[in-house]
Write a protein that binds this ligand. Structure first.
Ligand SMILES: Cc1cc2nc3c(=O)[nH]c(=O)nc-3n(C[C@H](O)[C@H](O)[C@H](O)COP(=O)(O)OP(=O)(O)OC[C@H]3O[C@@H](n4cnc5c(N)ncnc54)[C@H](O)[C@@H]3O)c2cc1C
Length: 492
């Protein structure tokens, strides 16, 4: 039997699993992803919080409760190994009423039970001493110092790069259409690019995990999308909190958060709106949703910046499992079918722990490969020109002048960084954006998009009109036009 594992889905969970499995000798790991790049499902559009793990009831949702706390701890090592910037800023759950104060005490007790360290309840004055922007209505807060914020798309790209360095094959624009099962065991997956044989199939398909499961004859759960909408402010807009500000949670969601992203933008969101099961691509934002986010965030702080400081709105879809808890298991029937499904929040925080749990379960079910002697835990991030001191710039730019040519003025991204991103795997304008931040600033790509397309065209040896925003179907054009005559260099 072929010793190959196919992981369906290149989100933070699938790639964490692939990373862990890539440490095994003699096991070929193939990740199959329908999108043109990694991390474009739930892993791209979320709050980016590495939760400390007090939220989840260990009786109702044992996997969520256990794996979030363990994942939080693991991220401290993983982020360092993978050069993922994390702000371990801690979080405050704010109470504005007697009922909220009761909720804080429940969370404190639950957190202690889940093994979250250093939780403490602060009074209103202590909270405002830490975060002067917090509303005068806030009477208490649960302080959790082990929570952190990272950029979820940077994390996913970092995982993918580390996987590839360790021999994992990542096949993008490859849709899984079927799981082949014979005699009660999986044999591989049917994809839009043909059949891939495998002894193990790991279902980490996010919103579509229930459909992949059905392809393997497993039908004991469903996944529905739960939309969350956000508003992102310009970097200059403030005041910005130093810690993550949560409201008291509801049974449905952790509530609308006020936070400063690792890139330094004030961000508010998300709401939580349950959508029909077939609405798995409905990632648009709504007027009502954004108004709700604004209203709820306004309750936590004294003042939000003006609405004209908002540079972007977006939404993400949580893969909400019918049973509520993460589905982390190796099935007896069909043999070789493994699931990391139902990864709603805190799936990002839990991802490294989910990956180790999957390895443990696979070992219990017959995976008997030893560890490689040489496995690369570290991944080096690309050079970021913004933030380099003059002395470093004076050394870097003469060696490679493309690092002196700014392409995205809002975020200070240079041609050298864009080229590096393309050489590391970006094939689309969004691929460059999520690796470099080019196009994420105030102008949202109005000025740099064409320059980036031109660099992509040059590096990939393609006509500029065939460059896509996010894969097949989102091409910039249909053919040459007068203003884009062949040979004309729009990048200059
Ligand atoms: C609004 C929102 C806020 C959140 N906030 C947080 C937070 O702050 N902290 C936290 O810990 N978690 C948070 N989460 C949860 C977190 O984002 C998810 O748990 C996590 O990203 C799930 O990762 P995944 O890899 O399982 O899924 P995904 O990232 O969705 O990856 C699944 C992949 O499978 C691919 N795929 C699907 N079907 C197929 C197919 N047939 N063939 C090939 N590929 C396929 C998809 O294209 C996708 O890339 C939030 C989620 C949302 C939406």
């Amino acid at each position: 039997m072929l010793d190959r594992v196919v992981v369906v889905g290149a989100g933070v969970v699938g790639l964490s699993i692939a990373r862990v499995l890539s440490a095994l000798e003699g096991l070929e790991v193939v990740v199959v992803e329908k999108e043109a790049d990694v991390g474009w499902g739930a892993s791209k559009a979320n709050t980016g919080i590495i939760h400390s793990g007090y939220d989840d009831d260990p009786v109702k949702y044992p996997n969520r409760a256990r794996l979030a706390v363990k994942g939080n701890r693991l991220w401290t090592t993983w982020a360092e190994q993978l050069s993922i910037p994390v702000d371990w800023c801690g979080s405050l759950v704010l109470a504005r009423s007697l009922e909220d104060r009761r909720v804080l005490r429940k969370l404190l007790a639950r957190g202690i039970r889940n093994g979250v360290p250093a939780l403490r309840i602060l009074d209103g004055e202590e909270v405002r001493a830490l975060e002067p922007m917090v509303s005068e209505d806030v009477v208490e807060a649960l302080w959790s110092p082990t929570a952190g914020v990272l950029s979820p798309y940077e994390a996913t790209v970092a995982l993918a790069e580390n996987c590839v360095e360790n021999g994992v094959k990542i096949l993008t624009e490859t849709l899984v259409k079927g799981v082949r099962v014979k005699g009660g065991s999986v044999e591989g997956v049917e994809t839009s690019r043909g059949f891939i044989g495998a002894r193990w199939v790991v279902n980490a398909a996010g919103l579509y995990a229930d459909e992949i499961a059905r392809m393997a004859g497993v039908s004991d759960y469903t996944i529905t999308p739960r939309r969350g909408e956000y508003l992102v402010f310009d970097k200059d807009a403030g005041p910005k909190p130093s810690r993550i500000l949560f409201p008291s949670p509801t049974p449905v969601s952790k509530g609308v958060v006020v936070e400063t992203t690792v890139a330094g933008n004030l961000m508010i969101g998300p709401n939580a709106v349950d959508l029909p099961r077939d609405a798995k691509e409905e990632t648009y934002t709504t007027k009502e949703g954004l108004a709700y986010v604004w209203r709820e965030a306004s309750k936590l702080v004294k003042k939000l910046p003006g609405k004209r400081e908002v540079i972007r709105v977006f939404s993400g879809l949580r893969p909400q499992p019918s049973g509520g808890d993460f589905i982390v298991r190796v099935l007896e029937e069909p043999e070789g079918f493994v699931e990391a499904a139902g990864m709603r929040s805190p799936g990002l925080a839990a991802a490294p722990a989910v990956a180790l749990e999957i390895l443990r379960l696979m070992r219990l079910n017959g995976l008997d490969h030893g560890f490689k002697k040489r496995w690369k835990a570290e991944r080096r991030a690309g050079l970021r020109i913004m933030g380099l001191g003059w002395d470093m710039l004076e050394k870097t730019v003469p060696r490679n002048p493309s690092y002196g040519r700014v392409v995205c003025w809002c975020e200070g991204v240079t041609e050298g960084e864009v080229v590096d991103a393309i050489r590391r795997g970006a094939k689309t304008i969004d691929g460059v954006k999520f690796r470099t931040r080019a196009g994420m600033g105030r102008c949202q790509g109005a000025f740099c998009r064409l320059r980036i397309a031109a660099i992509l065209a040059r590096e990939l040896g393609k006509p500029i009109w065939s460059i896509t925003v996010k894969g097949t179907g989102s091409e910039l054009g249909v053919g040459d036009v007068k203003s884009l005559l062949e040979g004309e260099d729009v990048a200059d």
